[in-house]
Design a protein around this ligand. Structure first.
Ligand code: PLP
Length: 337
């Protein structure tokens, strides 16, 4: 899908690497595992939101915005990268954060004090104009709109970016990533059966499935949900994919191409699971590759479990998307004690 006519900023030089994890593949004794290194995307410490922000920030600039407003969890990678983009563009940036819910209802169990670690530390280092923290369950969307109205009343021109950058415009980053990946797969002479990706606010997966389908690729995308059940997540992915295909005039993605497995969430969003801890150790010790505890760690736990159950096996090839998030690991080291 040619997106060159659309306004876009560039935050990464060239494609991210597609790497073969030979030792991990041998260790698990199943399919050949490759990894798409979107943790190496541009902006402060990288991650998948960088691709979305290329289109979202271009839209903000085209509309004459002078500040960005966005929201996420207390350790939001999306907030870090939006803030980093705002520094690159000379914009102000306002962040609205929501506390994680504990398995027992308490805030951040198994976490380090959140104020001074991981992404929270980086919000300060990168100099966010404002950072608000709200209790779990707060209406972040409503609060962002309120902040935008206050900023307008003070003469500013705010641009609100939804949680995770997950609207049709943001998902364009992964329509483009689908083409980038297909070129690399082709160059490497691979027959890929499946792409495994974490699935959160669903923009990454919606863009990927829309882009793959438009390119005529039959590769399956299996999302591993990080916060929702399968019944809740798949309609979200499908609805966003439909918005993307309508925006670009692409063929609609067949419903069976939308898969978001809910079996690896554990007690809830950002809460550690034994499978996540095991997957981080496995990838680190076999490949020297560091995953994150909230997204890629759960996706890798899902991949390993499906290989061990025989659902994926020798002779197949899978690509895991490493979507970033590693700064958040430093807020979760207590889960590895
Ligand atoms: C946001 C995020 C995801 C999930 O992407 P969505 O588009 O929200 O589904 C995955 N990995 C990391 C590291 C993220 O920050």
């Amino acid at each position: 899908m040619d997106l060159t006519a659309l306004p876009r900023r560039r935050y990464t030089d060239g494609p991210t690497p597609l790497q073969h994890l030979e030792r991990l593949s041998a260790e698990l004794g199943g399919p050949e595992i490759w990894v798409k290194r979107d943790d190496l995307l541009g902006l402060a410490l990288g991650g998948n939101k960088t691709r979305k922000l290329e289109f979202l920030v271009a839209d903000a600039l085209a509309r004459g915005a002078d500040c960005l407003v966005t929201a996420g969890g207390v350790q939001s990678n999306h907030c870090r990268l939006t803030l980093a983009a705002s520094r690159v563009e000379g914009l102000a940036c306002h962040l609205v954060l929501e506390e994680d819910l504990g398995a027992d209802g308490a805030a951040v169990p198994d976490g380090n004090p959140p104020e001074d670690t991981g992404n929270r530390f980086l919000f300060d280092l990168l100099g966010a104009e404002t950072v608000e923290v709200h209790p779990h369950g707060a209406d972040l969307g409503a609060r962002m709109e309120e902040i935008a109205r206050e900023l307008e009343a003070a003469g500013a021109r705010p641009y609100v970016i939804p949680i995770g950058g997950s609207n049709a415009l943001g998902a364009l980053g992964y329509v483009d990533a689908a083409d980038e990946l297909l070129r690399q797969v082709d160059e490497a002479g691979l027959e890929v059966d499946e792409i495994v990706t974490p699935s959160g606010s669903a923009g990454m997966q919606a863009g990927l499935v829309a882009g793959l389908h438009a390119a005529g690729s039959g590769i399956d995308v299996v999302g591993i949900n990080v916060s929702r059940s399968r019944e809740e997540q798949e309609p979200k992915i499908a609805a966003l994919a439909r918005e993307v295909t309508q925006l670009l005039g692409l063929p609609e993605v067949p419903r069976e191409k939308v898969v978001g497995l809910g079996d690896f969430v554990g007690p809830g969003y950002a809460l550690p699971t034994p499978g996540m801890v095991e997957a981080l150790r496995l990838f680190a010790r076999t490949e020297g590759l560091v995953l994150d505890p909230v997204y890629t760690g759960k996706a890798a736990a899902g991949l390993a479990a499906r290989i061990r159950s025989g659902e994926l096996g020798p002779g197949q090839t899978v690509v895991l998307v490493h979507s970033g998030g590693v700064p958040g690991l430093f807020a979760r080291t207590a889960a590895f004690a």
